[in-house]
Design a protein around this ligand. Structure first.
Ligand code: SF4
Length: 237
């Protein structure tokens, strides 16, 4: 339960406009090496068929968690939580995100972002406020737009990746996959592309959506993927 009455810092007028659809009070897996809370931001311009948070996609839906309640919660968690993760939906959709990040950091928390990278310039401007970023790489360029339902999304994600790698901010690139999205050969080619671009931290996540084809990688194929990165994570269900 979130606290109803807690002395909290003065509310930042910009951050107050952030539309938040939900909060996870404690996670140890969404911000590597940190105990964190997760704020789920409302709205996303993409429509991935396997989206695990469909209730957060509609950007016209108002948030259901006022920023004042978030601040009250975080004030109570000072010294207990290391950081706050802005997830979604797509956090960079909202103009209020920079102010929200700044206020969270002003309270002494580290800040992390989960993004699909659909707004490269916005990401570039946010990176100085971030301690860690999880960037989705939906697939190879030739498959990306079909996965997201958004023309041009693949090029946007690659531009965002360029900004992220150039920034020096700690990160993980992650790809959600099942063989129905694209072939194993294309997956290996994607790993090649990312490694060539300079990605060192890559996670391959089994797609858990209903109707997803069974995850099918041989040990040799998995090793071939892992060999391309200094930090490779395979997340199975
Ligand atoms: S980018 Fe993320 S939040 Fe948006 S539709 Fe795809 S999986 Fe869902």
């Amino acid at each position: 339960m979130l606290p109803e009455r807690v002395a909290a810092p003065e509310i930042d007028a910009g951050a107050e406009r952030l539309r938040i659809g939900g909060l996870t009070p404690l996670t140890s897996i969404d911000f590597p090496g940190r105990l964190a809370a997760v704020l789920f931001c409302q709205g996303c311009p993409w429509r991935c068929g396997y989206c695990h948070n469909p209730d957060l996609l509609d950007a016209s839906i108002p948030g259901n968690l006022p920023w004042a309640r978030v601040l009250a919660f975080l004030t109570q968690r000072r010294g207990l939580l290391d950081g706050v993760v802005f997830s979604g939906g797509e956090p960079t959709l909202q103009a209020a995100l920079p102010a929200a990040l700044a206020q969270v950091r002003s309270l002494g928390f580290e800040a992390a972002l989960h993004t699909g990278g659909m707004y490269p310039r916005r990401l570039a401007e946010l990176l100085p406020l971030l301690d860690w970023t999880g960037l989705d790489i939906k697939g190879p360029l030739q498959r990306h737009d079909a996965i997201t339902g958004a023309p041009g999304s693949g090029l946007r994600s690659r531009e965002s990746l360029g900004y992220l790698l150039a920034s020096g901010v700690a990160y993980e690139c992650r790809t959600t996959w099942h063989p129905g999205l694209f072939s194993v050969d294309e997956l290996l080619a994607l790993a090649d592309e990312l490694a060539t671009l300079g990605v060192t931290h890559w996670a391959l996540q089994e797609c858990r959506a209903a109707g997803a084809a069974p995850f099918a990688l041989t040990p040799v194929q998995t090793q071939a993927l892992a060999a391309r990165f200094s930090h490779f994570t395979l997340r199975r269900n």
